[in-house]
Design a binder for this molecule. Structure first.
Ligand SMILES: [Mg+2]
Length: 202
């Protein structure tokens, strides 16, 4: 199975909002309503947002310091760790490369610390669009993301789940067949477990 990180497991939004507030004095939002929320909800220019990203890339511990999303915080940590240890699991993200400690290492370290995962497999892609070929090459059965286009473009061999958010509304072609919109991570986990019951649970 596969997991996107930001917006699914990691609360990138809150940390980036705080950084933008620190840099530009903008307000803190309750939650993002559109994908490009810094521009559309906070009125920042593309150049200002790019400068904030440049700051992110310079921080050696940006990706290790994020908190969990409320969606994954609802799942008991040991249950999530057990699920990841019983199923071949990949964490697939389009986070940009960091300058000091690699984004891959920071992300793996975050997963190990926050969830107790042993040797989490993190794959960094340059662009969300690159996930399509990767999902196919890894022969994943299940994948969850919060970006509508990624779920939409997932190969039909993958059951692709969209974690429902205000910013990813829109038609999901193939919904109910190979694409699914879920309100909670528990729904995704249940689908994985129902499809592939493992051993005797105790
Ligand atoms: Mg995401």
């Amino acid at each position: 199975m596969g997991w996107d990180l930001d917006g699914v497991l990691a609360d990138f939004f809150s940390a980036f909002n705080q950084l933008l507030a620190h840099m530009y004095g903008v307000r803190l939002l309750d939650k993002p309503r559109v994908w490009d929320w810094p521009q559309h909800e906070l009125g920042l220019t593309n150049a200002q947002v790019r400068r904030a990203w440049d700051e992110v890339k310079k921080m050696p511990s940006w990706w290790t310091s994020l908190t969990k999303t409320k969606e994954i915080a609802e799942i008991p940590t040991d249950a999530f760790a057990r699920l990841c240890h019983e199923h071949e699991t990949y964490f697939i993200t389009s986070r940009p490369q960091a300058l000091h400690m690699t984004t891959q290492m920071q992300s793996a370290s975050w997963l190990a610390t926050r969830f107790g995962l042993k040797c989490p497999s993190v794959i960094i892609v340059n662009n969300p669009r690159d996930k399509t070929a990767l999902l196919s090459a890894l022969s994943l059965d299940f994948y969850i993301d919060d970006l509508l286009s990624t779920v939409q473009e997932a190969p039909a061999s993958v059951k692709a789940y969209l974690l429902d958010k205000p910013y990813n509304q829109g038609p999901l072609f193939g919904e109910g067949v190979t694409k699914f919109r879920v309100k909670s991570i528990a729904e995704y986990i249940k689908a994985v477990q129902d499809a592939e019951p493992r051993y005797d649970r105790h």
